[in-house]
Design a binder for this molecule. Structure first.
Ligand SMILES: CCCCCc1ccc(-c2ccc(S(=O)(=O)CCO)cc2)cc1CCc1ccccn1
Length: 240
């Protein structure tokens, strides 16, 4: 709801993250290096450190047939599906339901040796965006997750090291109606997914460990998540 204390921040961060995600990896200037590729999925990262800690921005682009951007964002945003696709999740709780499109989460992720266990508190907002290019084309959908504070879960008060992240999932749907005027089926839709994330791992973790974790976990996450959405939607009416 636009009366909530976080609303100005949410609106600002969503706009800036969507515009960044919309840039191609070429346009962001140099610096993006391809580090993983699998079929239509390409993962890029920039090697950046902050106070000696790895905070490599990540940008993944993927093209998936048979699902819409609304469906991708629905399964990414809603907590009831998260344990099905987020393999590194140990515990998740919704701290606050700000509105039907904005939630505040606390998550603990499984410990990854030799680093200590991490947790994160973030607001998550999902939104349909007007499609500037193609007026009568399907809308663009996004989910933005951004670290925030919460009185019930102060940073580094328990066993976990608090991480800080900004994540943007941006989805553009394309419909290629069948020539013979038949109704549109899932074979006629394609979703272009852009996933951007910047993660500050909080406490110190060896750069080699962090980069190895990301190299292993991010491609696994995006493949697993998109396969999950295809499987969940295959026998359901198309959600535009
Ligand atoms: C020593 C390891 C320190 C970092 C571990 C880490 C950091 C961030 C995250 C993470 C990544 C994506 C999100 S999200 O896109 O908002 C979706 C909701 O869950 C939230 C959290 C996770 C993990 C744990 C390892 C890891 C790294 C990538 C991908 C998956 N798991």
């Amino acid at each position: 709801a636009n009366s909530h204390r976080l609303w100005p921040e949410i609106d600002r961060v969503v706009k800036q993250e969507v515009s960044m995600a919309s840039l191609g990896v070429g346009e962001c200037g140099s610096g993006w290096q391809l580090f993983a590729e699998d079929g239509e999925m390409r993962m890029f990262r920039r090697e950046e450190e902050m106070d000696g800690m790895v905070v490599d921005p990540l940008k993944a682009v993927h093209v998936v047939k048979g699902i819409t951007g609304h469906e991708v964002c629905h399964y990414f945003f809603n907590p009831q599906y998260r344990y099905d696709w987020e393999t590194t999740l140990e515990h998740m709780i919704v701290l606050e339901t700000v509105s039907e499109d904005t939630l505040i989460f606390h998550q603990t992720h499984k410990r990854i040796w030799p680093a200590s266990q991490r947790d994160v508190v973030f607001w998550s907002h999902t939104r349909r965006l007007p499609n500037d290019q193609d007026r009568d084309g399907p809308d663009i959908w996004t989910v933005v997750n951004n670290s925030t504070e919460h009185p019930d879960h102060p940073a580094n008060a328990g066993k976990c090291v608090r991480i800080f992240l900004t994540v943007c999932l941006l989805c553009q749907t394309r419909v290629d109606p069948p020539k013979d005027g038949a109704p549109v089926s899932r074979d006629d839709i394609t979703c272009k997914i852009t996933y951007c994330s910047v993660v500050n791992p909080g406490g110190w973790a060896p750069a080699s460990v962090l980069r190895a974790v990301y190299k292993r976990e991010y491609p696994k996450f995006l493949k697993r998540f998109t396969a999950y959405v295809k499987n969940q939607t295959k026998d359901k009416p198309i959600m535009y």
